[in-house]
Ligand binder design. Structure first.
Ligand code: MN
Length: 128
């Protein structure tokens, strides 16, 4: 859905740029943060529908940030999609346990990501 705000949390500049350019071209309002601290500051100003959350971040990692956001009334409704290079079942379990709503494996597939995100956003819309 065009215009919806998506926050990309990613410490790798190339990955961040790729995701930002892709989501912007799909009509989303793509916002970015390079670590958990920056994301928390930004989330005091914006209300994204979805967060693309890199799990491996310097400092507080993406799972811990997800736990914090899912524990707060003002951010718990945000759809959080974990993004990780580790294609392990264990990683997906950990992401789910932390409260992530979905899981994407790096490198991002630019041909399927827009449809995946639209699916997550649509599922949230129909859930109310
Ligand atoms: Mn990273």
């Amino acid at each position: 859905m065009a215009g919806e705000t998506i926050l990309i949390v990613e410490d790798n500049p190339q990955n961040l740029k790729l995701a930002r350019v892709l989501l912007s071209s799909e009509g989303y309002d793509a916002r970015t943060a390079i670590d958990a601290e920056q994301a928390l500051i930004l989330l005091e100003q914006i209300e994204p529908k979805l967060i693309l959350m890199d799990i491996q971040l310097p400092g507080m990692n993406g799972l811990e940030l997800t736990r914090q956001l899912k524990a707060k009334p003002e951010t718990k409704q945000i759809v959080i999609i974990a993004v990780t290079a580790f294609a392990l079942v264990q990683s997906e379990q950990k992401a789910r346990e932390a409260g992530c709503d979905g899981y994407i494996i790096k490198p991002i597939d630019v041909t399927t990501l827009p449809q995946e995100l639209a699916g997550y956003l649509g599922a949230q819309a129909s859930a109310g």
